[in-house]
Design a protein around this ligand. Structure first.
Ligand code: CDV
Length: 317
């Protein structure tokens, strides 16, 4: 049985503050149509794909903050995407800001869903590694207030049986943390789907070159793929949003750690690759056969300790 998934990495160009959900969804449907013509079974969209990357602003008005969040998924604005994907039989990953309601209690997460070819939500992931800060930081050239607007995800890093394989999800900054991939790797993940919004400049180090930002992105994704013998599909919201530049370089990375398809522009663009899930097997059964080679008796610090504890210090950070 063939286990090839034809994947479309559906990069979005910028979404301005003035763009409503319809603008985003129409563009996503256009990419979906292209993916359908190119025979894709799975399409991956970026993190927070329905709006501009709002954590770059310190928003005071609670109503304005709430306007970026989705209380329901799907909802009327996103339904055309769900409907067209179901008609085409294409599964997809979608990132959005989630307002989770439990009676009077409301919680905010940076979330993604995996939607099956039948239009039903197979799985939900909530971003674990929130970057940035919780209050206005005058030292930065621009803000990155994810810790103000979201709480850390509470669902862990599950993997889901889907498309004759095991699929997992993560979001943007998660890709820089080896633990993200390894927790999924330990569940046998064969394809990790991830959306991102990465500022092209470092707000705490503006002299840093764009090339270095791109290199760190590629390094993280390629290492995560290779070290866990899994496909990784990383998809950007790219280009200039309200004067702030975002990295492009959406890419599909093989279990060998090689980039097999990538975008070339900073606009709406689809990069397509045939991803054979059986390509994971060699890595999972040889150099990264976890059962044979992992030495967990030496890894205790990874789950017992958050910050650095130097040999000469007594207190954990
Ligand atoms: N949206 C993000 O998580 N962005 C981070 C930036 C702040 C470094 C990223 O890891 O790309």
């Amino acid at each position: 049985m063939s286990r090839v998934i034809r994947v479309g990495a559906a990069q979005l160009g910028p979404l301005q503050k003035s763009d409503n959900r319809k603008v985003a969804v129409d563009r996503m449907v256009a990419l979906l149509e292209q993916a359908g013509r190119e025979g894709c079974n799975l399409v991956v969209y970026p993190e927070l794909a329905l709006t501009t990357f709002f954590p770059r602003w310190d928003i005071e008005d609670p109503a304005e903050v709430e306007s970026y969040f989705e209380p329901d998924m799907p909802n009327a604005a996103v339904q055309p995407l769900f409907d067209r994907a179901r008609e085409l039989g294409i599964a997809f990953y979608l990132g959005y800001a989630e307002l989770a309601k439990n009676g009077a209690d409301t919680r905010h997460f940076n979330t993604s869903v995996l939607v099956g070819p039948d239009g039903r939500i197979i799985g939900k992931y909530r971003k674990v590694h929130l970057p940035g800060h919780a209050t206005f930081d005058p030292q930065r050239t621009f803000q990155h207030l994810e810790k103000k607007y979201f709480e850390p995800g509470d669902l862990g890093f599950p993997v889901w049986p889907a498309m004759d394989g095991l699929l997992g999800m993560c979001i943007c900054n998660d890709r820089r943390w080896p633990e993200t991939y390894r927790v999924m790797g330990l569940q046998g993940v064969e394809m990790v789907l991830l959306g991102f919004n990465t500022p092209a400049t470092n707000s705490q180090r503006p002299e840093e070159q764009d090339e270095l930002r791109g290199f760190h992105h590629e390094l993280s994704v390629q290492a995560g793929a290779y070290q866990n013998g899994t496909w990784v599909v990383a998809v950007a919201k790219a280009g200039e949003e309200d004067g702030h530049k975002l990295l492009g370089d959406s890419m599909i990375v093989s279990p060998a750690g090689l980039i097999v398809a990538r975008t070339k522009t900073l606009g709406d663009e689809l990069a397509v690759a045939d991803c054979d899930l059986d390509d994971c097997v060699f890595y999972k059964e040889t150099v990264f056969d976890f059962a044979r080679h992992r030495r967990i008796e030496h890894y205790e610090r990874i789950t017992k300790q958050v910050g650095v504890v130097r040999p000469d210090s007594t207190a954990a950070v």
